[in-house]
Design a protein around this ligand. Sequence first.
Ligand code: FAD
Length: 289
Amino acid sequence: MKPSRFSYLAADSVDNAIDMMRENGEDARYIAGGQSLVPMMNFRVAAPTALIDLNGVPELSKTQDGPNGQLQIGAMTRTRRLETDPSIAKKNPLLSAAAAHIAHFQIRNRGTLGGSIAHADPAAELPGIALVCEADIHLRGPRGPRIVTAADFFKGVFTTAADNRELIEKICFPHWPPQRRWAFKEISRREGDFALVGIAAWFDINDAGTISGCAIGAIGAGDTPMRLRRAENILRGSVPSIDLFREAADAVTADIDPLDDIHASGEYRCEVAAVLVKRTLTEAWECSQ
Ligand code: FAD
């Protein structure tokens, strides 16, 4: 199918894009890489009356250091850059590793960090990484700027705390200590497919050898990316060991609520999530000793 009729507007600055949104009303949409929006338009799942193209807005592609070692990544940064830019990998290796699992390189060449966060697919990698890294989402709209934590941003399937007219400017990831242990794992039917389930985890170890801080997140396990709080509580304050990771994995099912769909049953996803938590924590531990 072909999309319904729409007008096309090319913005050259954030202010210009927001003005265009104000003038074109509720049914206008921003377009970034187009890798989710265009297929949705072709299937007529989305029928925006106007597309406001962000590709000509240079300020949205900037990556810079923020206060306290923060990594600030512009919304129009391509997925492929997240995967391949060594300066991003150094400042957040988990983000880089997860980006490599997204679709195929042609899609990663076009798709953007901001587009994936705004689209909020519960099986998408980048929203899951934003959540597990406790990133902040910087929004700007006709009523001005605001910052929403990733924990408050994802509200449901394809639903976020941003209103239609708000633009994501950048995503800010907190400082990543160089000694942090981390890993990302997912299971999909074929390479390049969306994950059936994916797990991202990191933990820090203090001088006493116990886990001082940690986060474990799941994608494909509910209506939004999710934090696995019970498993995190088991890790915090304990000495890392395979038995501890097994105990954390056993607690996962109570925190997630995956649905059945044509790709896998909810029951299967629960089992996979538990296995992946154990594997992810083990890899994080063994690869960095
Ligand atoms: P677009 O498609 O341009 O926009 C998506 C939505 O976000 C639209 O509603 C748009 O209005 C809004 N938007 C975009 N930018 C902004 C902004 N700065 N501020 C506010 N709103 C904005 N994704 C995965 O995570 N994992 C996968 O395995 C995966 N596999 C894929 C396989 C295929 C075959 C395809 C076609 C896509 C796949 N994707 C996958 C989706 C891909 O990663 C998309 O690139 C991503 O979801 C959206 O990014 P985009 O820049 O293309 O956004």
